[in-house]
Design a protein around this ligand. Structure first.
Ligand code: GRF
Length: 199
């Protein structure tokens, strides 16, 4: 019932945190697959370690965007998840997928959206911009994926105080710790909400 497909492009620490919350009984869900757009990344190692099927769909494999989009679509249809969970996936989610999974694709972003979101705001760029803008607070946001980067309805946010003297790397790490708690918690309550409305 609560099957999840994870999309990731990096180390996969959010992916691992979701696995841990499932294992500890704090999130009632099952991860049925991982989709990445890169080979040899940390997220794939984690999938191997936990026996989770994975599928790499890199741009090099496809002659154009359309063929990538239909491969992504077909893999999702085959795994048939209740929710798609973007955890550091660095490609735009195609419209055909958004239409096939209305309000069922979630994303995590390492800032307090709408601040520091949109095209080009990913990884350390986000945290450097927060520091350069002298923000007093930053944090992370979970939102529903829409056609534009980082713009869908916000489900949850967690804040922390910025220390002006810290590096972007340190700030990124502190935000990541918040992400690891907020994402599984938000997925759990969102699944509950979905299940209540479709019962
Ligand atoms: C996280 O900071 C997330 O907010 C962003 O990408 C990063 C992924 O990190 N979308 P990880 O691969 O889960 O460690």
């Amino acid at each position: 019932m609560n099957e999840l497909v994870i999309f990731a492009s990096g180390s996969g620490s959010n992916f691992l945190s979701i696995i841990n919350h499932i294992t500890n009984g704090h999130l009632n869900a099952k991860i049925v697959g991982l989709i990445t757009n890169k080979a040899e990344i940390g997220a794939i190692e984690i999938a191997r370690q936990y026996g989770i099927p994975h599928c790499v769909l890199s741009s090099a494999q496809f002659t154009n965007n359309k063929t990538y989009e239909s491969a992504l679509f077909n893999q999702c249809i085959q795994w048939n998840p209740r929710l798609i969970i973007c955890a550091g996936y660095l490609r735009k989610i195609p419209t055909n997928l958004i239409l096939a999974y209305p309000n069922r694709i979630l994303n995590i972003h390492p800032s307090l959206l709408p601040k520091f979101g949109g095209h080009g705001y990913y990884g350390l760029h986000v945290h450097k911009s927060v520091l350069e803008s002298n923000e007093t607070h930053t944090g992370c946001t979970i939102h529903i994926v829409s056609a534009e980067y980082d713009q869908g309805p916000i489900l949850a946010q967690e804040r922390l105080k910025v220390d002006r003297s810290e590096s972007a790397e340190l700030l990124a790490n502190r935000v990541l710790k918040l992400e690891h708690q907020l994402y599984p918690k938000t997925i759990a309550s969102y699944l509950q909400q979905l299940n209540n409305t479709t019962e």
